[in-house]
Design a protein around this ligand. Structure first.
Ligand SMILES: C[S@@+](CC[C@H](N)C(=O)[O-])C[C@H]1O[C@@H](n2cnc3c(N)ncnc32)[C@H](O)[C@@H]1O
Length: 249
C-alpha cells in the first residue's frame, strides 16, 4: 500500500462528507451539478468517503466511485447504504494514472483535490487516462494546483513532514495544454485561492468573520473570488471543465 493510501485510510473516519459551506468548496459541487447528465455513467475519481458521490447519487445515474483507500470506500458504502438513493454506486479501489477500465463510456468524469497529489508527469498521464474514458460529448471536471501560488509551498511542506511525496502544480498555459493535447475543448477555467491562501498564515484562523468574508458563503462569492478573477495566473487552484467534442457540429 502506498504512503498516500495509508494516510487517507487513517483520515477516512473524520473526512468531511458535506459539500462545503464556503464559496470555494461549494463551486466544486456547483460545477458537477451543472454538467451532470440526466442519466448515464459518471466517475468520481478521488471520491474519498463520498462527499460528492452521495450528492450525485440523488439522480438516476450509474456512478463509479474510485479511490485507492479501502477505508474511504468502506465508509462511502456504509453512508450510501443508509440512504435511499436512485443512483447506483459502484465502489472501485484504484489509483490514477492507470484505471482498471477501458472504453469511452463515461458522460462525466470529475476529480477534485486529488491530481495535485500526483507527480507532474503522472498528472499528465492521468488527464490522458480520463480523456480516453469520456464518450464523445462527455465532460471532465478537474482542479489543478497553480505552481505559482504560495499555498502550494505550504501544502508541500505539510505533506512532506508526514513523509508523503508533497503536492504539485502547473502554470495556467501548461494546464490548458495538458487538456487540449488530449483532444479536449476547454469550456471554463475558473481561478480560486489567490487571496484565501493568506488565511494559512498563523493566527488568522482565529477570525471567523474574516474567513467568511474572504472565502464567501455557499451562495455568495467572497473577496477571494473577486481577486482571483483579476489575477488568475496566481491562482491556488483552477477548476476546469473540458469536453470531448462529439464530432457532430
Ligand atoms: C483530498 S481527498 C479529496 C476528496 C474529494 N474529491 C474532495 O474534493 O473533497 C483526496 C482523495 O484522493 C484519493 N487518492 C489519492 N491518490 C489517488 C490516486 N492516485 N488516484 C485516485 N485517488 C487518489 C485519496 O485516497 C483521497 O480519498
Amino acid at each position: 500500500m502506498s504512503q498516500i493510501t495509508a494516510h487517507f485510510d487513517r483520515e477516512a473516519a473524520d473526512y468531511p462528507t458535506d459539500i462545503g459551506t464556503d464559496y470555494i468548496q461549494a463551486r466544486k459541487w456547483a460545477l458537477i451539478d451543472a454538467h451532470a447528465p440526466v442519466t448515464g455513467r459518471v466517475a468520481d475519481i478521488g471520491a474519498a468517503n463520498g462527499r460528492h458521490t452521495l450528492a450525485i447519487a440523488e439522480r438516476p445515474l450509474d456512478i463509479v466511485a474510485i479511490d485507492p483507500s479501502q477505508q474511504m470506500l468502506a465508509r462511502l458504502t456504509r453512508l450510501a447504504d443508509a440512504r435511499n438513493q436512485v443512483g447506483t454506486i459502484l465502489p472501485c479501489a484504484a489509483a490514477l494514472p492507470t484505471l482498471p477500465m477501458t472504453g469511452a463510456t463515461f458522460d462525466l468524469i470529475y476529480c477534485f483535490s486529488t491530481l495535485l497529489l500526483l507527480s507532474p508527469k503522472d498528472q499528465e498521464a492521468a488527464l490522458a487516462e480520463m480523456a480516453g474514458l469520456l464518450r464523445p460529448g462527455g465532460s471532465v471536471i478537474v482542479d489543478i494546483a497553480g505552481s505559482r501560488s504560495l499555498a502550494i509551498r505550504y501544502w508541500r511542506r505539510h505533506y512532506r513532514r508526514r513523509d508523503l511525496g508533497g503536492v504539485f502544480g502547473h502554470s495556467a498555459p501548461r494546464t490548458r495544454g495538458m487538456l487540449e493535447q488530449n483532444g479536449l475543448e476547454i469550456i471554463s477555467m475558473e481561478a480560486h485561492g489567490v487571496l484565501s491562501q493568506f488565511l494559512l498564515a498563523p493566527g488568522l484562523q482565529r477570525f471567523p468573520g474574516l474567513i467568511r468574508r474572504v472565502r464567501g458563503s455557499e451562495t455568495k462569492p467572497g473577496w477571494d473570488a473577486t481577486i482571483s478573477r483579476r489575477l488568475p495566473a496566481l491562482a491556488e487552484r483552477w477548476y476546469i471543465v473540458a469536453r470531448r467534442p462529439d464530432g457532430t457540429a
